[in-house]
Design a protein around this ligand. Structure first.
Ligand code: ZN
Length: 605
């Protein structure tokens, strides 16, 4: 047995996908909103028997290895390695590509660096400054451990020596991780010096970069420096805390997005631990995609300055295509807060008054409400100039609200705030709508996925029949399949599937059976078994009745096809004016056949 096969056999696709996105049971399948395209109702199905997934929206399909490659953006080898590690299988015979080999080395270097910084912070005497700093900030030992915080000394080559001289990694390779920088005379030095270190992990939990924070504010240097973009580190995909707090986020189906590392850590310490930091104020499409896999609600807690407001507007746009509720923690307008608390950032608030932070999270308002309040704060709603500015800013936002009742609610609110008639506001807003529609139409056309190959009536009937067949109790399946023994299928592969099914020995087991099928047969079967429409149909009706009805439909259709063929044969005979006796006999036979087949059709009802 090949190792790929061994790994696949030791893996359950439902577990692998279920650990990453929320799967709901749907009869013999599991379903979810597709992680590969934007949708609000689930068309992504996973079949445990076939160990395959299939999206009826965008056509994405495959096995566990395909899923991991597409979902996590990893290579075939990395996907295989992930599954092998999980199953405790050592990959021996697999030939890695050069790229895979290098990435593995880079990950190793970054992991050593993390250990090194963490050791300095927690065990070494040079880390005293860092320990003292964290103590004063109220960062506890548990957080230091969970987030593997570290400390970089002021030396220019401390990490360099450790990685190169002690661990024997080549300089060019260390440089590729962004941990060291090549100086003018080709000598290298450490990027992070005299800083508190935050390891940055990708969503798979691998350290891919670092963020370093100065402990003493100096005018000369930036408070934070980060790893540069590398093959592994991409700032736009980074969600600090995601891999550590992933389970909590998935459990609550809700995530709070804060700006900085300490905001995230302090929030987690205040027991609001479904939180991530985006290291800045701009939430990106990539980050939303990652969050949408596990959360239904995103709660932004960004600075209440203009940058934060702009970021919220952009987030509304990004979130629109997903089935996500976007909310904002609006400290400034939270009446229960003291004036003092209103201007604090999440880090301060969570540290000084965890209870108030938890309440603030509970009181998060819709993103529209947040924008509404801020824009009204910004301009004077009493002056004509102020009114115009407020309308200009809010109109595109109001226009973009899909939900009619919600839209009406904010229109009324705006009408009251500005003391302007609602009908006049509506006109203004409609103007923005006209400007915008062409744009948004383009967008939907782009988002719309390629349609699936169109199947004929008979092919769909056959598929449904297959679906029903495999929905029966295992003990019944072979017996039912027997009635399809001589049937001529239009759909490719079904004949072989039935043949193999009839020769299957022992108690029927879909997973075992499917693994014995060739890839193309598996795919045909998957199309049938993972179709949500069939699922719905079968669920609403009696299985036996459905089976009989479907069987008679495919049989009738097949008989009709046969009649068409016979008629063609007859017309071939007819054209020859003088028929031989033999031909006359043949014609008789064919006509009888037609009568018989028509009688059969009639009998089928
Ligand atoms: Zn899809």
């Amino acid at each position: 047995m090949s190792q790929i096969r061994e790994v696949k056999d030791a893996t359950n696709i439902v577990e692998i996908i279920g650990e990453r996105i929320k799967l709901d049971s749907a009869g013999i399948n599991f379903k979810a909103c597709c992680p590969f395209h934007n949708e609000k109702t689930p068309s992504f199905f996973v079949n445990p028997g076939l160990q395959r997934y299939r999206c009826f929206g965008c056509g994405a399909n495959g096995d566990t290895l395909d899923f991991l490659q597409n979902f996590e953006g990893v290579t075939f080898y990395e996907a295989l390695k992930t599954l092998a590690d999980r199953a405790g299988i050592a990959l021996k015979e697999f030939q890695k590509s050069k790229d895979d080999e290098e990435r593995e080395k880079l990950i190793e270097i970054l992991s050593f660096a993390k250990e090194y910084y963490h050791f300095l912070l927690t065990k070494h005497e040079v880390g005293e400054e860092g320990r003292e700093y964290l103590k004063n900030r109220g960062t506890n030992a548990e957080s230091i451990k969970i987030f593997q915080l570290g400390f970089a000394t002021s030396a220019w080559d401390s990490l360099l020596k450790y990685l190169h001289q002690k661990k024997k990694f080549p300089l060019e390779l260390i440089e590729k991780t962004g941990l060291i920088i090549r100086g003018r005379n080709d000598s290298y030095y450490d990027r992070f010096r005299d800083r508190l270190i935050f390891p940055l992990k990708n969503h798979r939990g691998q350290v891919v970069g670092f963020s370093g924070r100065l402990m003493n504010q100096s005018a000369k240097e930036a408070k934070y420096i980060n790893s540069p973009e590398t093959v592994l580190y991409h700032k736009s995909k980074m969600l600090y805390g995601y891999s550590e707090l992933f389970r909590e986020i998935k459990k609550k189906e809700q995530v709070i997005v804060v700006e900085g590392e300490f905001d995230m850590i302090s929030s987690a310490q205040a027991h609001v631990n479904n939180v991530v930091a985006i290291k800045g104020s701009a939430l990106t499409q990539d980050q939303v995609t990652l969050l949408a896999r596990v959360a239904k609600t995103i709660i932004l807690s960004l600075d209440a300055d203009e940058a934060g407001v702009k970021a919220t507007e952009r987030a509304i746009e990004i979130v629109k295509t997903k089935a996500l509720d976007l909310r904002v923690i609006d400290l400034k307008h939270l009446e229960s807060l003291s004036e003092e608390d209103k201007v604090k950032d999440p880090d301060e608030l969570a540290r000084e008054n965890p209870k108030i932070w938890r309440e603030a999270v509970e009181s998060a308002v819709s993103a529209y409400e947040f924008l509404f309040n801020h824009v009204i704060d910004l301009h004077d709603p009493k002056t004509p100039d102020g009114k115009r500015k407020i309308i200009n800013r809010l109109a595109p936002i109001l226009e973009s609200i899909d939900h009619a009742v919600e839209k009406e609610f904010y229109l009324q609110k705006l009408s009251t705030a500005l003391n302007v008639k609602e009908s006049i506001l509506k006109e203004d807003i409609a103007k923005f709508g006209q400007k915008k529609t062409s744009l948004s139409q383009e967008k939907t056309a782009e988002d719309e996925s390629a349609p699936m190959a169109i199947k004929s009536y008979q092919e769909r009937n056959e598929e449904y029949l297959m679906f029903l067949l495999f929905s029966f109790e295992p003990a019944l399946i072979k017996e039912r399949a027997d009635s399809l023994k001589d049937f001529i299928f239009k759909s490719r592969g079904f004949k072989q599937v039935i043949e193999q099914l009839l020769s299957y020995k022992g108690t029927f087991d879909l997973q075992k059976f499917a693994s014995s099928l060739a890839e193309d047969l598996k795919r045909s079967l998957m199309d049938a078994l993972l179709n949500p429409e069939y699922e719905k149909n079968a669920k609403e009706n009696d299985l036996d009745k459905e089976w009989k009805a479907a069987l008679s439909r495919v049989k009738k259709e097949s008989l009709r096809d046969e009649i068409v063929l016979i008629n063609q044969e007859i017309s071939n005979l007819d054209t020859s004016l003088k028929r031989t006796e033999e031909e006359e006999k043949k014609l008789d036979q064919l006509l009888t056949l037609i009568v018989q087949k028509q009688a059969l059709i009639k009998k089928l009802g």
